[in-house]
Design a binder for this molecule. Structure first.
Ligand code: SF4
Length: 258
């Protein structure tokens, strides 16, 4: 892997995701290089986007810029890891994500972390200090890493998730993308596996982006799978939503109250 550094003019960007106000990505490029990843399409650095999985770029002055922005930007929800995994291995050394969390939380922002890495456990002290303004989600698409061979093992993610949840943090699992004929046969096993964790499940099918090798599933397949997912969640008493449902708007309204 090649590691480079750049200086940035902004740390927070306005988020295009409905449930977030801002996004923060301390690194550009992602060493996990999942085959379904569409993040290169949204990465504003050619070197990182064209060499996905091989180049990671560190935003070396991120904290300095962030400290200025949190004083002038309206408080809101910051999504951590929207176009890269903020807990990929470089974070163990550089700690930009950890320090950014401290700056955001101390200054009244809410953070929503999504990762595939148990390294987030390292920051449990910071997360617990501000636990009413933090949620942590893990992406899980398969119990045997069929779709993410370079990312940390799915069972290690689930152990980390259980620890965070047992400590009283709001946790969730993003069960997706679910791809017809690739990982759809594992979804019910994953739901059974998480039945001992107090966690919310958000699931979604695969959406095609230019250059990806998978196809979107058929409507009949999705409707039938979706019903099975909901039935399984009900059986284990797990709160479960398809990503596009209205609960996201409800969540946003809730976040807007602080
Ligand atoms: S962890 Fe996320 S950002 Fe990184 S390659 Fe996988 S899908 Fe893309």
């Amino acid at each position: 892997m090649i590691v480079k550094s750049i200086k940035v003019k902004s740390a927070l960007s306005k988020s295009g995701l409905r449930e977030l106000d801002y996004s923060l990505n301390p690194y550009l490029g992602c060493v996990y290089s999942c085959p379904y990843c569409y993040a290169p399409n949204f990465t504003p650095n050619k070197e990182a986007s064209e060499n996905w999985g091989k180049v990671v770029i560190i935003k070396e002055n991120l904290l300095e810029v962030l400290m200025k922005e949190v004083k002038i930007y309206k408080k809101g929800v910051v999504g951590i890891s929207t176009i890269t995994d903020a807990y990929q291995p470089i974070e163990a050394l550089r700690k930009l994500t950890r320090e950014s969390l401290k700056v955001l939380l101390k200054n009244g922002f809410r953070v929503s972390i999504q990762t595939k890495s148990p390294l987030v456990l390292r920051d449990i002290d910071v997360l617990l200090e501000y636990k009413d303004r933090v949620d942590v989600g893990f992406t899980v698409t398969s119990l045997n890493n069929r779709l993410e061979p370079n990312a940390p093992p799915a069972r290690a993610r689930l152990r980390a998730l259980k620890k965070l949840s047992d400590e009283g943090l709001e946790t969730w699992i993003f069960l997706g993308p679910i791809i017809q004929g690739i990982n759809d046969m594992e979804i019910e096993d994953i739901i059974r596996e998480i039945s001992n964790i107090k966690v919310r499940v958000i699931f979604d099918n695969f959406h095609y982006y230019k250059g990806l090798k998978f196809k979107e599933g058929s409507t009949w397949w999705w409707v039938s799978l979706k019903n099975r997912i909901l039935e399984n969640c009900k059986r284990y008493d797990i709160e479960c939503h398809e990503e596009s449902e209205d609960w996201i708007y409800e969540k946003r309204k809730y976040y807007k109250t602080f």
